[in-house]
Structures are given as structure tokens and as C-alpha cells.
Design a protein around this ligand. Structure first.
Ligand code: IPE
Ligand code: IPE
Ligand code: MG
Length: 271
């Protein structure tokens, strides 16, 4: 594949880019802030719903590609705590789409041995959505090829404050004895305690902000911002994001010579 390396990426087919990506170090966990559905629809004179519907196809592409590449975790920001303040009609539409997605995807997730999980204040979602979430979570529980996590009614700050409150609670009822909380103990109280920290975070639509996503977990994550709107972000775009990640040198505060060729990864927190 060395012959492809000097080429302009635009001249390469998606298949060729895929082969290049497979040669490099793959991220174990990719997190995505999927953004730009509304603008995608607006540009076409369509209702925002059309953008959200089209965006589901990009979610499918991302899941399939990560599974194909052997990436073990994919976390997608689908609905934030702040998104509850959008016009009621849009919130209802998003909840309906979510339920439809869960009903439709169960079969594919089972076939591909993908485990489905959620993070966020799930109890705030409509009852029928919660039922579907629990159903898909239970049915896919034993799958171990990849973990797909949807962040729903999620906020990085509520994740941190919820963790603090759980710690206080566990301490008062004697379940937690430690007088000093380490990073490792703390991260065990986060919604994401079943996941490694993300290696790569992708945000689409041109915004260069985090919008309250995984604030604790992304301390050393590589960030990738692209102007592409989420419904247009397909396999090729995702491959290009991974390729960009593979060109970076992650140092975790060390110097070049210490990390060279060692493939150092940061764990969930210092003791
Ligand atoms: C992302 O697209 C999906 C959600 C936040 C649910 P947006 O709906 O934010 O689309 P824009 O940013 O308005 O274009
Ligand atoms: C972030 O997108 C939340 C999700 C992708 C679910 P937003 O569209 O809500 O973020 P802002 O408002 O542009 O910061
Ligand atoms: Mg947006």
C-alpha cells in the first residue's frame, strides 16, 4: 500500500482509503457530536425532520464502518440536556425517530454482535422510548464485538454532578470507605464507567465547540472538526477522520522520545 501514500487523497477511492486506514493504529473508541441536521434540511428547503431522518443513515454508516474496522467502541451524542429546550414539536419528532431507530436497528445490532448502551439521564425520556432502550440493551447485552453507546438527555456537567452525588451517597451509607477520591474512583462513578476514554472525537457541521459532551473523558482525546454536515458525513468522511488521527502523535504530557513507537495509551485515570 506504500504506493498509495504519496497520492492526493481526493484521487483515491473509498476502498483504497479504507486499506490505508487498516494499515495504521486504529482508535479503540470514537466519540461523535453529530451536528448539522437542521442546516442540511434548511439548505434544501425541507423541514428539520428531513435532516434528522437523513442523519440516521450516517449513524448506520458510522456503526457499520467501525464494526468492519474492528473499533471496539463508538459513542454518539444524539440528544443533550439542553436540547429539551428546543421547540416542543422538534423534541417530539426526535423522540419518535429515536424509538423508530431502536425498533429498526435491533435486528442489525444482533446480527453484527454489537452491544447497545446509553448514557445520560435516561429517566427523563418518554416511557415508550425507555422501554425500547431497555429492550435493546438487554437483548444485545452479551454481544462483544463492539459497543455502540447513545448519549441521550446527556450533559457532561450533569454527569459530573451526578457522580459527586452518588459518591456522597455511597460514602454516607458506608458503601464507599475511601477518605480520598482518586481519578480512578471518580471515573468509576461516571455514566461512561464501562468504556475506555475516547481516542478520537469528531464534530461535524463546522462548529468548534464541545457543547457539554464528555467533559471529563476527553482530557487527552484527539479532536477532529469538519465542516461537513452530519447527514453528508458518510463512510469516506469517517475514514478521512481516522486517517487524520493516525497522523498525530499523542504525547500525554511526555516528550517525543518517550512516546516514539510505544503506542502509549492513557488509562481512565490516575490512582
Ligand atoms: C444535530 O443536528 C442533531 C441534534 C442536536 C439532535 P441539529 O439539529 O443541531 O442541526 P443544526 O445544528 O441546527 O444544523
Ligand atoms: C450538540 O449539538 C448536541 C448533539 C449533537 C446532540 P447542538 O446543536 O445542540 O449544539 P450547539 O447548540 O450548536 O452548541
Ligand atoms: Mg446543532
Amino acid at each position: 500500500m506504500d504506493c498509495l501514500k504519496g497520492n492526493n487523497l481526493e484521487e483515491l477511492t473509498t476502498k483504497e482509503i479504507c486499506l490505508l486506514v487498516k494499515e495504521g493504529d486504529l482508535p479503540s473508541h470514537i466519540a461523535i457530536i453529530m451536528d448539522g441536521n437542521g442546516r442540511w434540511a434548511e439548505k434544501r428547503g425541507l423541514p428539520r425532520l428531513a435532516g434528522h431522518r437523513e442523519g440516521i443513515k450516517s449513524v448506520r454508516d458510522a456503526v457499520t464502518l467501525c464494526r468492519e474496522l474492528g473499533i471496539s467502541a463508538l459513542t454518539i451524542y444524539a440528544f443533550s440536556v439542553e436540547n429539551w429546550m428546543r421547540p416542543r414539536r422538534e423534541v417530539v419528532t426526535l423522540m419518535n425517530l429515536l424509538e423508530e431507530y431502536l425498533q429498526r436497528e435491533l435486528k442489525t445490532l444482533l446480527q453484527n454482535e454489537v452491544r447497545f448502551k446509553t448514557i445520560g439521564r435516561i429517566e427523563q425520556l418518554p416511557a415508550s422510548v425507555i422501554r425500547w432502550i431497555r429492550n435493546v440493551e438487554e437483548k444485545t447485552e452479551k454481544n462483544d464485538k463492539m459497543t455502540l453507546t447513545l448519549a441521550l438527555s446527556y450533559s457532561g456537567r450533569t454527569e459530573i454532578t451526578d457522580a459527586v452525588n452518588k459518591i456522597i451517597n455511597d460514602y454516607s451509607n458506608g458503601r464507599l470507605k475511601d477518605r480520598e477520591i482518586t481519578e480512578l474512583t471518580f471515573s468509576g462513578y461516571l455514566y461512561t464507567n464501562f468504556l475506555p476514554e475516547p481516542d478520537l472525537l469528531i464534530r461535524t457541521s463546522g462548529e468548534a465547540r464541545l457543547s457539554n459532551f464528555l467533559l471529563w473523558e476527553i482530557a487527552y482525546t484527539e479532536l477532529y472538526f469538519t465542516g461537513t454536515l452530519w447527514p453528508d458525513f458518510r463512510k469516506r468522511d469517517m475514514l478521512l477522520a481516522i486517517l487524520d488521527y493516525q497522523k498525530r502523535e499523542r504525547r500525554f504530557g511526555l516528550i517525543k522520545e518517550q512516546v516514539a513507537g510505544k503506542g502509549i495509551k492513557r488509562s481512565r485515570g490516575a490512582q
